[in-house]
Design a protein around this ligand. Structure first.
Ligand SMILES: Nc1ncnc2c1ncn2[C@@H]1O[C@H](COP(=O)(O)OP(=O)(O)OP(=O)(O)O)[C@@H](O)[C@H]1O
Ligand SMILES: [Mg+2]
Length: 227
C-alpha cells in the first residue's frame, strides 16, 4: 500500500477554546497506481486528510505511513524532504503566481533543491510540450486562459516526477469540458503508474470513470463509498 492511515485523529488548536477535531479515527488505504476520490461536504475534513497524506503535517495520533515512511517518526526537516520527493500538489485555484511566467511557475517546486536555472528549464521542457503550453512559456501566468492555467498546474505537480499526485477540488473553477480534460489527464497519469488522490464534491469526478475507490468523508469520519 502506498498510503496506510490507521486510527488517524487530527485535532486543530488542541486544548484551546477553538479546538476542532477535524479527523476522528480515520482508516484509509490507497494502492499504488490507483485513483482515489475523497468526497464529502464542506468542512468535513477532506483537505485535512489530504494534508496528512501529502506529508504537510503528521496526525495528532494514529499511524500514517506514506510511501514507506511513518510520518510521526520523521523530524520536520525529513518530512519536508519526503514530501518534496513523493508528492505533487494541485490546488483548488491552482495557486499559480500571476506575475511569474509560466515556466517560472512550473519550476517553483525545484527552487529549494538548488538545481541550476538551465537544468530547471531542461526539466520543464518535456512538460511544456506535453501539455501544449510551450508557446506560453515566457508569458506571465496571469495572462493565460483557464485551460492553459490548469495544464500549468499539472506540469508543476509533475516537475519533480513524484509518485503521488494530490489534487484538492481541482475542478471547482472549471467548466465541464475543462473538468473532463483535467480528469482525462489524471487517468493518463494513472496509466503511467502514478497514484492519484483527489478531494472533490464534484459528481463528475466519480462519474467520469477512472476512479478506483471513493471514500466518503462526514464530520471527520471516513467510510468506503460503495454506491
Ligand atoms: N488550520 C486550521 N485550524 C483550525 N481549524 C481548521 C484548520 N483547517 C481546517 N479546520 C477545521 O477543520 C474542519 C475540516 O476542515 P477541512 O478544510 O479539512 O474541510 P474540507 O472538507 O476540506 O472542506 P471544504 O470542502 O470546504 O474545502 C473544519 O471544521 C475546519 O473549520
Ligand atoms: Mg477543502
Amino acid at each position: 500500500m502506498l498510503v496506510e492511515l490507521a486510527d488517524i485523529i487530527k485535532i486543530y488548536n488542541q486544548g484551546r477554546v477553538n479546538e476542532v477535531r477535524a479527523l476522528d479515527r480515520v482508516n484509509v488505504t490507497v494502492e499504488q497506481g490507483s485513483m482515489v476520490c475523497l468526497k464529502g461536504p464542506s468542512g468535513s475534513g477532506k483537505s485535512t486528510l489530504l494534508s496528512i497524506i501529502g506529508c504537510i503535517y503528521p496526525p495528532t495520533s494514529g499511524r500514517a505511513v506514506i510511501a514507506g515512511k511513518q510520518l510521526a517518526r520523521l523530524p520536520d526537516r525529513f518530512l519536508t524532504i519526503h514530501r518534496r520527493q513523493t508528492i505533487g500538489f494541485i490546488f483548488q485555484h491552482f495557486n499559480i503566481l500571476p506575475k511569474l511566467s509560466v515556466l517560472e511557475n512550473i519550476v517553483l517546486p525545484l527552487m529549494p533543491l538548488g538545481i541550476s536555472p538551465s537544468k530547471r528549464r531542461a526539466m520543464a521542457g518535456p512538460l511544456l510540450e506535453r501539455y501544449g503550453i510551450d508557446h506560453r512559456r515566457d508569458f506571465p501566468a496571469g495572462e493565460i486562459s483557464g485551460g492553459e492555467l490548469q495544464r500549468v498546474a499539472i506540469a508543476r505537480a509533475l516537475i519533480n516526477d513524484p509518485p503521488v499526485i494530490i489534487a484538492d477540488e481541482p475542478t471547482a473553477h472549471l467548466d465541464s469540458k475543462l473538468s473532463r480534460d483535467f480528469l482525462h489527464s489524471m487517468v493518463e497519469l494513472k496509466g503511467e503508474g502514478k497514484t492519484i488522490i483527489i478531494a472533490s464534491h464534484d459528481p463528475l469526478v466519480t462519474e467520469d470513470g477512472g476512479v478506483d475507490m471513493t471514500y466518503a468523508v462526514h464530520h471527520g469520519r471516513v467510510s468506503q463509498d460503495v454506491s
